[in-house]
Design a protein around this ligand. Sequence first.
Ligand code: ATP
Ligand code: MN
Length: 432
Amino acid sequence: MQRKWTSEIGEGDVGRDVLLYGWVHEIRDLGGLVFIILRDREGFIQVTLPKKKVSVETFELAKKLKRESVIKVVGTVKKEPKAPQGYEVIPKDIEVLNEAQVPLPLEVTEKVPAELDTRLDHRFLDLRKPRIQAIFRIRHQMLQSVRSFLCEHGFIEVNTPKIVSTATEGGTELFPISYFEKEAFLNQSPQLYKQILMAAGFERVFEIGPIFRAEEHNTTRHLNEAISIDIEMSFTDHEGVMKILEELVVKVYEDVAENCEKFLDWLNLKLEIPSLPFERVTYDEALEISKRKGEEIPWGEDLSTPALKALAEEFGDVHYFIVDWPTECKPFYAMPYEDRAEICKSFDLMKGALELASGTQRIHKYDMLVESIKSKGLNPESFEFYLEAFRYGMPPHAGWGLGAERLLMSMLGLKNIREATLFPRDRNRLLP
Ligand code: ATP
Ligand code: MN
């Protein structure tokens, strides 16, 4: 007999035998009648044992079942309007494949609320909850959509090194690692490598991979290990890659709305598809809005959390771009405007007060890049492996990095970024 998922049981199965595997979600023992709620990754089914209709052994076994044990059930499907799915299974045989110990360190039924820390300590149990499972099933769809969208737009998927030498975008936020006789670090972004690939003639690349940031502070939107969706594209500018980004975000929402109805249901969510194009607000305008709302920021400084809150208040919890940032705010590779060099061809994609992505048109001229590196107080010599790529035919190019967990948390309204990753890494958490 072929195994069925609980969600596959339907009208055609009535009166037939099915084979199910799963976990004992709940047991209700009414004396002469026992109900088991069997859970698998796709949902629940009620397994009903009227004493007179099942074998003595099966009945006795059911009474002794421990919650969260793994079981195999073979039984006959019956229509039952009162059962959660409209069907129930009368078992011919139940086999315990692995018994769970008692008591459970975490409730899967969510009858008792648990702190996030406790949940993360016993994450495998936490992830059994349909509501939590749903987040990762939607994450899967999100990454699938990103891949297919970018492939359809001519991007080539690449993998760049995560173990790197000293020079990246500047010294801060780096994790040093032990690498034989050399000094090495975990990469904070694929930036330099994806740019080198433009010199290699790939023209359009994307990478979905880990970035490592030694963020000192515990916040609800920073992880020390995150997944970044990165693109780099030749023969275009910041506007070109902003268009790709906003279309990508909409495509992800559309695909999730279309293919993850059940999981959105488990989360009790209805997705609103954002409309195109996203609003563009300049950095200068952002300062004005923020000033009007009582938060004054000196020109040239990064937008503070209260400033971003002010913008979110102005625009609502929607997607918008903040464009034309001061050159001093952005990394050395950002291309300044020809006619106003104090600002650069840069953007952040926001949803409400949360930054989802950052991007720029890049400097592709060698001399200009060397000057820019120096002006940030960095040493061009330590960037030689990167700079060489700019001496022998580097096309104009632009790109961005989009945080996968940020995109997911903002789409699902999760309050803490840790909810959007299976096993979060933060200052206090290295296990599990
Ligand atoms: P923030 O200002 O929010 O700390 P950032 O400007 O330092 O972010 P970027 O270097 O622009 O981050 O990285 C590109 C994107 O990667 C960010 O927009 C964000 O979505 C994601 N990202 C960066 N750092 C983290 C982190 N520590 N945890 C989770 N996602 C991150
Ligand atoms: Mn940024």
